[in-house]
Write a protein of this length. Structure first.
Length: 289
């Protein structure tokens, strides 16, 4: 399959590499030049613009930071929609608002192009290993076209409904992990102050009801008080704001999520938004910076 890939960040570059290794013809494009080198070395092609990357593609993936970025690389000047043929499909693996996904799907449908929103979960580790989970929205026929490509880097694909459903599910996911990240820091700092052997504590917690991906993959950050990427805190807060906007629209109180979003805002204001989101542990340590 000929595939265009737009966005070569921490997640996107690894995901695109799996498509190359799976034997697909992949053309990549990225706003910041220079990140394409490792992909070109393994067989991908480079294009200067999203439109050039998408020419002749059956599927074009986008994996960028926020709603305006997706809108630009899909529908803006030089965007993928300029060169995609009717019957092709755009798959967005970014995390954006459900409303924007629905707007993009409508705009693409007017051109005869399908749209699938497929935000992913599993962190940079899952992207590297090809073990991500995708929350999928879109029409069944468009999901069917995208599925073989998504399977190159996802082990779980769940089709949850029409356009926007994948993004709604990702908002749910981000709310759930927000609480886990926040309490991970509080719990492990408490254990540390109690003088417990931290590695043994994490092993015990991982064998019981407290077990989670966050505990197993980010407890080391908290123990060492070092927060490399990962997943940037500032992007997680962006995701929480999407979830909070949806909750307000639907009349769902979200007091815990609002608190964590405020905690993340304090860390961002302290210049720490580029660290992994596990840096919420800085707050129970009383150390911003």
């Amino acid at each position: 399959m000929r595939i265009a890939w737009i966005g070569l960040g921490t997640m996107g570059a690894a995901m695109a590499a799996h498509l190359v290794h799976a034997g697909h013809g992949v053309v990549v494009s990225n706003r910041t030049k220079g990140r394409e080198g490792p992909l070109v070395e393994i067989g991908a092609q480079w294009a200067d613009t999203p439109a050039e990357a998408a020419a002749g593609a059956t599927v074009a993936f986008t994996c960028v930071s926020d709603s305006p970025d997706v809108e630009h690389v899909v529908l803006g000047a030089g965007g993928v929609a300029e060169r995609m043929a009717p019957g092709s499909v755009v798959v967005d693996c970014s995390t954006i608002s459900p409303a924007m996904s629905r707007e993009l799907a409508a705009a693409l449908a007017a051109r005869g192009i399908g749209a699938v929103d497929a935000p992913v979960s599993g962190g940079s580790e899952g992207a590297q290993k090809g073990t991500l989970t995708a929350f999928v929205g879109g029409e069944p026929e468009h999901v069917a076209i995208a599925r073989p490509a998504l399977e190159a880097f996802c082990t779980t694909l769940t089709h949850l409904g029409p356009a926007g459903a994948g993004q709604a599910a990702k908002a749910v996911n981000q709310v759930m992990i927000a609480g886990t990240y926040a309490t991970l820091g509080e719990a492990l700092v408490l254990g540390e102050r109690e003088g417990l052997p931290m590695d043994a504590l994490v092993a015990a917690l991982s064998a019981g009801a407290a077990r989670s991906w966050v505990l197993e993959n980010r407890s080391g950050n908290v123990i060492t008080d070092d927060y490399p990427l990962g997943f940037r805190l500032e992007l997680h807060r962006k995701d929480l704001l999407i979830a909070l906007a949806e909750a307000e629209r639907l009349g769902v109180p979200m007091a815990v999520t609002e608190l964590i979003a405020a905690q993340e805002a304090a860390l961002i204001d302290a210049g720490l938004g580029g660290e992994d989101v596990s840096n919420l542990a800085r707050l129970p340590r009383g150390r911003l910076g």
